[in-house]
Design a protein around this ligand. Structure first.
Ligand code: CMC
Length: 391
């Protein structure tokens, strides 16, 4: 293989050094800047985790207040962006809208191309974190034909997002504190996950010096796939298709059948060969949301039973396939009222902080070069051109 190592899918290539996120896939450990995800999810807030990822340390009370205030100053989007939305078909998938709209922000912020100015980088990062809930809510409103709601900066980051999504101008919207807490926790669980496909995409796009808004749009495009962020939508669709616990064995058999492309969605992970620690928190959060909203969903029972059956099946045990973050998230999100098409949008919203933190880290890394993988060429050897009349 000459001077290159052939590593399709980068299963054993470290593309960068990073101080952000540590994963021990065998032990099921996930740390952000050293802090365990379980502790952050239970005790912290999404704003605090954003600060931690961007700045390296947990904020003091003053720093947190200032940071939250700064983010809230950037929540509005340019009025002209509303017209950009209107160019989409009303049945456009919200992820298609997100790719387009976030990419379009690069045209509003040409100043952000000065990526070697730390001040400009920080402003671009704040803008992205702040505007994602507004844009995500607008994508939702557009799909249901309701008017866009402006941000209300007297609310929390997450409360504001819920109001912009589910509120209508004609009525006062009361944020349910239990839902707000659960949503905030879901954002924490998705905030960063080291060099996954979309983050690597953002780093690769950014390595050429591209505008950060365009780089994040590239990350959104990558996240959309069903093997990545699209898995939460696919997992819930699968649970609907399974319907009742009696049909689980049929789907388990299909997942094991190598002639059938079907996979258990929300199961398995490139790095975790143990229970995904995010899935543990997510399962607990389902119970809390159901209790707060006083709902029951038979799909949750199906999911729990599916997990139980899969984890006692040799195929899943031998291949070390466990539920991942996406397995239970769909059940909660639909209880809160989101249509499945919005699930990956919520993932994108939360992952934006990870993307921008990784992008900042890359730009300031002295080893940083343009990302340029090599290949093993397997095409024809050199041959002479044959004019078209002689072929
Ligand atoms: N159901 C059935 N078999 C599976 C599954 C599954 N969900 N996942 C992996 N396998 C099998 C796979 O067929 C392969 O078998 P064999 O060695 O006999 O060919 C073996 O397990 C290893 O799988 P792989 O595809 O080589 O592993 P990978 O690291 O390339 O893929 C994955 C990881 C997450 C893409 C994969 O497990 C998968 O497709 N899972 C379902 C989709 C999903 O839930 N994705 C969300 C990932 S977590 C959130 C995120 O990061 O976005």
């Amino acid at each position: 293989t000459g001077a290159f190592t052939y590593d399709p899918g980068f299963t054993s290539t470290a593309s960068c050094q990073s101080k952000l996120t540590y994963i021990d896939g065998d032990e099921g450990v996930l740390l952000h800047r050293g802090y365990p995800i379980g502790e952050l999810a239970e005790q912290s807030s999404f704003m605090e985790v954003c600060y931690l990822l961007l700045n390296g340390e947990l904020p003091t009370a003053d720093e947190l207040e200032k940071f939250s205030w700064t983010i809230s100053r950037h929540t509005m989007v340019h009025e002209q962006l509303a017209q950009f939305f209107r160019g989409f078909r009303r049945d456009a998938h919200p992820m298609a809208i997100m790719c387009g709209v976030v990419g379009a922000l690069s045209a509003f912020y040409h100043d952000s191309t000065d990526i070697h100015d730390p001040q400009q980088r920080m402003i671009a990062s704040h803008r992205l974190i702040a505007k994602m809930p507004t844009i995500a809510a607008m994508a939702y409103k557009y799909s249901v034909g309701q008017p866009f709601l402006y941000p209300d900066n007297s609310l929390s980051y997450t409360g504001n997002f819920l109001r912009m999504t589910f509120g209508v101008p004609a009525e006062q919207y009361e944020v349910n504190p239990a839902v707000e807490k659960a949503m905030d926790r879901i954002f924490i669980l998705h905030a960063d996950h080291e060099q996954n496909a979309s983050t690597s995409t953002v780093r690769l796009a950014g390595s050429s010096g591209a505008n950060p808004f365009a780089c994040i749009a590239a990350g959104i495009a990558c996240l959309w796939g069903p093997a990545h962020g699209g898995a939460n939508e696919a997992a819930l669709n699968m649970l609907h298709e399974i319907g009742t616990p009696e049909r689980i064995p049929e789907f388990i058999a299909r997942a094991k059948d190598k002639n059938d492309p079907f996979r258990l969605m929300g199961f398995g992970h490139r790095v975790y060969k143990n229970y995904d620690p995010r899935a543990t928190v997510m399962q607990k959060t389902v119970r809390e949301v159901f209790a707060a909203l006083n709902v029951q969903d038979p799909l949750f029972e199906t999911a729990l039973r599916l997990e139980e059956i899969a984890l006692s099946d040799d195929y899943f045990v031998e291949k070390k396939l466990f539920p991942n973050v996406d397995f239970y998230s769909g059940v909660i999100l639909s209880a809160i009222g989101f249509p499945t098409s919005m699930f990956t949008v919520l993932f994108a919203l939360a992952r934006t902080v990870g993307w921008v933190a990784q992008w900042n880290e890359m730009i300031t890394d002295p080893d940083q070069k343009i990302g340029r993988p090599r290949q093993l060429y397997t095409g024809p050897t050199q041959r002479a051109y044959v004019p078209v009349g002689q072929r």
